[in-house]
Structures are given as structure tokens and as C-alpha cells.
Design a protein around this ligand. Structure first.
Ligand SMILES: [Cu+2]
Length: 90
């Protein structure tokens, strides 16, 4: 139990010490018809991403995330959960 706490503390301190690495995923999302759709997806992505931008006319979107916090698959899954489909990842 004590070692677990120490391990957690270590991870915590490491998280502070290391600069956060970010990546941006560019996706084309299908099924967006209006600004409400992009607002819905943004709401789903906000807990995962530092920055989200979605063009509701083209479906082109960008999502910047911390590599240690989440990954591309989780982001695609969040879009899917919102009821939309990622058709292209760049
Ligand atoms: Cu809509």
C-alpha cells in the first residue's frame, strides 16, 4: 500500500517535471449538420483535449491533446460516442 502511494507520488512529480508533449490530430467528421453538432462533439472532446476546433460546414476538425493523458483512439472513440463518424485522420 505504501509503495503504491510512493509510486503514485513519483508519477505525479514526474508529471510536473517533464514538459507536456502535445500532438494534434486532424480529423474529418461525418454527420455534422449544424453548429449544435460541433458543440456536442466539442463538449465530448473537451475533457480529453487542450484545444478543439470543428468546422461544422466541412466537418474538418483539429484536436490538440497531451500524449501522456490520452491518445488518438480515445479521441476517435469520443467522437463516435457523440454519434458522429470519423471518416479521415490526417
Ligand atoms: Cu446539428
Amino acid at each position: 500500500m505504501k509503495s503504491l502511494l510512493l509510486a503514485l507520488l513519483g508519477i505525479f512529480l514526474l508529471g510536473i517535471a517533464t514538459p507536456k508533449e502535445t500532438k494534434t490530430v486532424h480529423m474529418k467528421i461525418e454527420g455534422i449538420t449544424c453548429s449544435m453538432c460541433s458543440a456536442m462533439i466539442t463538449k465530448k472532446l473537451t475533457p480529453l483535449c487542450q484545444a478543439v476546433s470543428i468546422d461544422h460546414q466541412s466537418g474538418e476538425s483539429q484536436c490538440t491533446y497531451e500524449t501522456g493523458k490520452t491518445n488518438q483512439d480515445a479521441i476517435v472513440q469520443a467522437v463516435t460516442d457523440a454519434g458522429y463518424k470519423v471518416v479521415e485522420i490526417k
